[in-house]
Design a binder for this molecule. Structure first.
Ligand code: PCP
Length: 386
């Protein structure tokens, strides 16, 4: 009897996480002796917000299809995509992979939604670090995936041990209210943290538990003789009022008392919409729900060719396509077919094909970058503003 309501990797690989109508379709085609060669393309019908998304989840999707007689072309993880643009293409005999549609989309939809929302928060923070604190808002079984997607989207750090292990990064944390409540006040909790926790871990005093943030911030800075990296304001909603005004007061008092090096770290129910105003005083953010509970991207995986003949349902363009982007002016174009080259109609520069081969006959045909490499790729291509 399982203790948690989760499936094993083996069950995913066996196609158990499938909508039953795919399994029934497989049985019907088997009974009819049919197994056509099909090409399917995944694309987003829409986006939760804005007009671009960050593609994420491909590495797990490839793990599901590796070793099966299929070809997979896709955008490299971290590529920015638009609604309607193909992000992944699978070719093979339909019965080979029809039961995996549910899991494949699950890998892509949730991770891309999280990575996209993380990227939007990173843009809104305008260069200030955004640490992902959202593992507590999701089922623990998928915490590593959620943390990876947030990191790929541009977050500067993640908070869980398992997230850090998956990414090869030191997890980031400050002080929970529990430690302050047990030790009696913020200063004692910060002092205990400094005494026990190894050097190299940034000392961040949580200053919103009992007293006023600016007085608790000063008390912590004085007790630690300024040897704290930051103060964290996670002020409860019932007391929050104008968080910007509170944070500006804290900044003023710290500066006045000679603690201008102590940074201000804000967290607690923050969304991308809160950050532009808070950037005036914030040095870094901890964001949880807004990232980890991000709406999934509603990718659909649809047949576009059957036995080499273009065919698609209403609302979808038939035929296997290539997405082209001009490296010079950014012009984007879709063409039928996957080979050849294309010049930009606007500036005549040779355009770059975006969908690249990843599996041929189930064999991986290109190296997969690390999460950190993907994140740097994303950060280098994000728009300057939302
Ligand atoms: C939360 C915790 C998270 C913050 C808020 C971000 O505060 O500190 O790190 O999560 P959010 O963006 O989803 O709000 P509490 O729930 O008070 O947790 P704790 O007392 O452990 O700091």
């Amino acid at each position: 009897m399982k203790r948690f309501h989760v499936v094993s990797e083996e069950e995913i690989l066996r196609g158990r996480v499938t909508d039953v109508y795919f399994e029934r379709t497989r049985r019907i085609l088997e009974a009819k002796g049919l197994d056509p060669h099909v090409t399917m393309e995944a694309s987003a019908r829409s986006l939760p917000r804005g007009d671009w998304g960050v593609f994420c989840g491909l590495h797990e999707a490839l793990e599901l299809l590796k070793g099966r007689p299929v070809d997979v072309w896709a955008l490299p993880e971290g590529t920015l995509f638009r609604p309607g643009e193909p992000v992944l293409r699978i070719s093979g005999n339909y019965r080979e992979f029809c039961v995996y549609e549910t899991a494949l989309l699950g890998f892509l939809c949730q991770a891309s939604g999280i990575a996209t929302q993380a990227a939007r928060c990173v843009i809104a923070a305008q260069g200030r670090p955004v640490v992902h604190f959202g593992a507590r808002r999701v089922h623990p079984a998928i915490a590593p995936m959620v943390e990876r997607a947030a990191f790929v989207g541009g977050c500067s750090g993640v908070s869980t041990l398992v997230g850090g292990e998956l990414l090869g990064e030191e997890p980031v944390g400050t002080i929970p209210h529990a430690l302050v409540l047990i030790l009696g006040d913020s200063a004692s909790a910060t002092l205990a943290f400094d005494e026990v926790i190894e050097e190299g871990v940034e000392r961040v005093a949580l200053v919103d538990t009992f007293g006023d943030e600016k007085f608790e911030a000063l008390e912590c800075a004085e007790l630690l003789e300024g040897n704290i990296y930051a103060v964290r304001l996670d002020t409860a909603a019932s007391r929050r009022g104008d968080l910007l005004a509170i944070a500006k007061e804290v900044r003023w008092e710290l500066d006045l008392h000679g603690y201008s090096d102590v940074k201000i770290f804000l967290s607690g129910g923050l969304t991308e919409d809160d950050l532009p105003a808070l950037n005036e005083v914030a040095d870094a953010y901890g964001i949880g729900t807004a990232i980890s509970a991000a709406r999934a991207v509603d990718f659909g995986l649809d047949i576009v060719e059957v036995d080499g003949e273009p065919v698609a349902k209403r609302g979808k363009a038939s035929g296997a396509k290539q997405l082209w982007v001009c490296p010079e002016c950014g012009h984007r174009a879709l063409t039928l077919g996957t080979e050849g080259t294309r010049s930009c109609p606007d500036c005549d520069t040779e355009m770059s094909p975006q969908l690249l081969p990843f599996l041929e006959g189930g064999e991986l045909v290109r190296d997969l970058p690390s999460p950190r490499e993907i994140r740097e790729y994303v950060r280098s291509r994000l728009p300057e503003s939302l």
